[in-house]
Unconditional design. Structure first.
Ligand code: TXA
Ligand code: MG
Length: 317
């Protein structure tokens, strides 16, 4: 593959990106959550190229991104529950798992052969404009090598995938900074498959009922049990007293911390900073170094932050 092109987020840049997608190429697309590695979801070879560029196992299905709610029904069945959630939260950092239609024309690689499909309408303006320009369904996992830290800047994308993808669109840093919340909406009971950039509390308030946990044995979030979001150093959590040599990442008042998720203890700011902090701490600590995170409360976006931190800290397989 030639050099990865750097595209401006203007009309010529977006037209060039859409042309790459039409030709079966790969484009890193900024969304409000993280950068996605986009390909035409109907093109087997393009979707296969996503898995190759990331080194992603083929059994891990991808999210399909669309510009408009009216495009969903060609791909999947919207249950009453899904309608309700779509109306309140789309476009936004919510992915719905829905029953796949037989005539969807999606590459079976997108769904890893499952009878369900994960769909999201992103809110970020650049993503919406690219999806509108392209006009079809776009498969996009996070634009990082499989198992590594998710990218929230074009520089993060290039650090992991330069030379392996056709282009990256420069959308600057992602506003939310955490991947979407994934809800199984195939039945009447909403099940939380992955905590993410939309707090579970917001979903529960809109539905007036609690989210259920994922059913045992179903496909859930990336590397559910395995190590994921892995920096090269070792990560420890809930550290209030770092030892010399630790790169300490604070939350709230943490005097002497090298980095912080949020000085004021704000969870929205901490979510937006999380992957920046992991990338920076990784660079500071280096291979085999030690990264220590201060405790983050297990409420609102804190649940998704702690989920990502636990995976970053998990023993490597
Ligand atoms: O915010 C996001 O969700 C970002 C941006 C680019 O949209 N995308 C993202 O993709 O995080 P990825 O591939 O890193 O995570 C998508 C997860 C996968 O781990 C997969 O397990 C789950 O979605 N998924 C996809 N299809 C599914 C399905 N049919 N049933 C259950 N889970 C599914
Ligand atoms: Mg990912």
């Amino acid at each position: 593959m030639p050099n990865t092109a750097f595209l401006a987020p203007d009309l010529p840049g977006l037209k060039a990106a859409a042309a790459i997608l039409r030709g079966g190429g790969l484009v890193a697309m900024p969304t409000e959550t993280v950068y996605g590695l986009a390909a035409d979801a109907r093109n087997d070879r393009a979707v296969a190229a996503i898995f190759d560029a990331k080194g992603r196992p083929r059994f891990n299905p991808l999210i399909v991104h669309l510009a408009e709610l009216s495009q969903v029904e060609a791909l999947a069945t919207l249950t009453p529950l899904a309608w309700r959630l779509a109306q309140v939260f789309w476009p936004g950092p919510l992915t719905l798992v829905l029953a796949l239609r037989d005539d969807s024309l999606l590459s079976p690689l997108v769904t890893a052969g499952l009878s369900s499909v994960a769909i999201r309408l992103p809110a970020a303006d650049i993503a919406r404009r690219l999806l509108t320009e392209f006009g079809g369904p776009v498969a996009a996992p996070s634009a990082n090598p499989s198992g590594r830290i998710s990218p929230v800047t074009p520089a993060h994308v290039l650090a992991g995938l330069a030379g392996r993808i056709d282009a990256v669109i420069d959308g600057g840093p992602c506003a939310v900074g955490l991947e979407s919340t994934i809800v199984d909406a195939t039945g009447d009971a909403p099940r939380l498959l992955r905590a993410g950039g939309l707090p579970a509390e917001a979903l529960e308030a809109a539905l007036g009922r609690p989210l259920l946990p994922a059913l045992h044995g179903t496909v859930t979030a990336p590397g559910q049990l395995a190590s994921h979001y892995a920096p090269r150093g070792r990560v420890r959590l809930d550290v209030t007293a770092p030892v010399p040599g630790d790169i300490w990442v604070g939350f709230g008042r943490c005097p002497g911390a090298e980095l912080t998720l949020s000085d004021s203890g704000d969870l929205t700011e901490a979510a937006a900073r999380l992957f920046h902090a992991l990338h920076e701490a990784d660079a500071l600590a280096g291979p085999g170094g030690r990264i220590a995170f201060a405790p983050v409360p297990e409420i609102g976006l804190g649940r998704a932050i702690n989920d990502r931190l636990r995976r970053a800290a998990a023993p490597r397989g």
